[in-house]
Every structure is written in C-alpha cells, then in structure tokens.
Write a protein that binds this ligand. Sequence first.
Ligand code: NIG
Ligand code: FE
Length: 414
Amino acid sequence: MKLLIKNIKGLVGAREEAPSILKGADMKDLPIVEDAWLAVEDGVIADFGKMEDWPGISDWRDLEVIEADGQFILPGFVDSHTHIVYAANREGEFVDRIKGLTYAEIAEKGGGILNSARKLAEASEDDLFEAAFARAEGLIRMGTTALEVKSGYGLSMEAELKMLRVIRRLEEALPIPVRSTFLGMHAIPMEYKSNPEAYIDLVINEMLPAVAEEKLADYVDAFLEDGYFSAEQTVRLIEAADKFGLDAKIHVNQFTATGGVRACAEAGALTLDHLEELTDDDVQAMLQYDTIPVALPSCSFFLSIPYTPARQIIDAGLPLVLATDYNPGSTPNGNMSLVVAMACIKMNMLPEEAINAATLNAAAALQLSEVTGSITPGMRADFILTKPMSSINYLPYSFGEQLVDEVFVAGKRW
Ligand code: NIG
Ligand code: FE
C-alpha cells in the first residue's frame, strides 16, 4: 500500500535524519518544507521533497493520492504521561475546588487518588478496558500517535495488576505504540496511613517483582511529594526497578521543591515530570545527569497552580517535553494541540519549541526516537493532516480550535 500526499502547504518536522533529542537553543529547529510532497510505503515514511522537485508517479498500482491544498502535515503527537485507565470521573472534587478547597485538602478528606482507587477496586477488567480504549481512540482522533499509560489507581497487588493488564490489552488492541508504567507508589492507602513503610515494602518487594515477572511494565513511577512519597523512598524504588531493567519516570515538584529532583536524577531517572516548582539546583542536577524534564501545562491550568518554567529549563540548555497528564483528578483532558497552545501562551515557548516538545522530544521520553516523532524516511508514518491554515503558528494561536483534520497511523487513515 502506497500513499502520496501532494501540494502540502508546509511539511513540518521533515528531517532526512532525526536527532534523538533537541536541547536548549536547538529546540527552535523545526524544519518546514513549503509546498511539499510526502510518500509513504508499507506504513513507513518513504520520501519527501518540494513539489518543484517532485519526480512524478511511475507506478500507480496500490497508490492513493491526496491533494493537501492549504493544509500542513506534522508528526503525530507523542503523549508520554497519561493515567487513562480509571473507573470514574471526579467532577464533584472539581466543584469542591471552585468552592475553595485545595487539591491537598480534598485528598486529606479521602478524595483524590484514594477516591479513584476505591472506584477502581470495584470495576471489572473488561469495563476498565472498554472505557480506556474509548479514551485512547479519542486521543488518536486528536492527533496522538504514541502513548504512555500509568497504573496507580490500584494501590493493592490485585488492583495494580488489573490496571497493568488493561494497559497491556490497550497495547495489543491499538495501532499505536503504547508504553506502560507501574505507579504503585501513587498514594498511601488508608489502611497503611499509620505505617507507610509497610506499603513501600509491599510495592518494592512484592508488587514490583510480580509486575516484572509478568512483563507488565516498561517503567516505574512514584508521586514524590509532601504527604505522598519522600525522595529517599522514591530512590529505593528506582534502584529496585533498575535491577529488573525498568527505567523510572517520576512525578516530582508538582507542589513543593524539596530536593527530589537531584535525588532522582542522580539515581538515573529517565524523565522527571511536573516540575511546576523548580530551583536552580534542580536545573543543574538535570543537566549534570542528562535527565529529561516533562511539563504538563493542562494540569497547571486545571488546578490553577504555577506553570513549569519552560524558559528557565530551555535557556539552561536542557531539553523539554510536553505531555497531557490526562487523568480524572488533575487533568481530565488529553488534547495535545491544547497543550502546545498553553505552552506557547502560558510558558513562553515558541511554536517551534512546543511542537518539538510534543513530538520529537516526547518520543525520546518514551525511548521511541528511532520509531516515531519526526517525518523522517524509515520511521513510522504517524502524522497529522491539519485543516487549511495560514501558518504553523496558527495552531497554538487559535487555541481550542480543532485544527486536526485527519490522522494517519502507520500510513493508515485513522
Ligand atoms: O499527575 N500528581 C499525581 N498524580 C496525578 C493526579 C492524580 C489524581 O489526582 O488522580 C497527576 O497530576
Ligand atoms: Fe500524572
């Protein structure tokens, strides 16, 4: 099966060879071929160029031709941080926050993550799968063509394994790459409140080996935050996971900066996610240990907390990744175009930087750099065909408008 798209107004992120990640000033490097053609064969990017150099068609067999007048093509979004397996929405807490309660106060009353865990314990694996599959389909429709999904609403051996099996079923059923993350250390269950160390021992000594044995996860994660898990406890998890060959992606500095970034970077975490609070030493630690920072602006928007200081991160020479954090508590939304717009509007990122952060750099956050995230010959043909637009800057400028016209997953129209 072959596909040829002609007269593309701008072919965005088109690179003969793709770097594995873009850092600092290089994050502005977003090559755009104007008035372009793109050829796809067997699900893979075959070639691209300018219309004036188009070689013409020698073999019409099995060839679909699309005219893209006024439309742009960009790499599909890679969403490297989601919690889309959950049993129920939490709009009651949303209203509580409008009335003045904070995220922490809601959690103290047994809401928040523990609320989701109670609901998930009662849900069947099939029901969880169907709901998560429908959410994932919605994400692909909005242009996401690679996805990470976390456990973390189980908080018991049985329920964490149930969540991870649902994620594995998503991986099998969806046409896009799906990565799975074990987030047993997401919150301390009520029954362990007086003895949190016993829960951490359960996660590290019993759940983690079971997860590794069944090959249910690619990564581990923890919520490193006051009232949740300490830096020392998180480092224990990272070191234990390393023995099973699992890298770490850690929730850190969402509400407080207490040295967790340096501890996790030093322990070898692949990515550090959230970072709404950030110190100079955190930046230095990520530079020193080559750790990838991940920002989640729609979480900041929804919770009315600070935005991750993107300029401080990029201007220091670090890479930056953008993801949604789609979950029922802090970010009930998985729209990557909106994340790109918020990064430009609220975090002062240039459109070029934001698109790279949501595609090429985001692929690096899932170790998929050689597979997707760039319009590069040999890579999966995962891309977005936009509605007609005046320039690529229109995408974040016209925030909230659905500008994704069609999505192609491994060369197939979704
Ligand atoms: O990334 N901060 C921790 N975890 C999620 C929120 C979880 C929830 O509230 O259900 C987050 O924001
Ligand atoms: Fe999260």
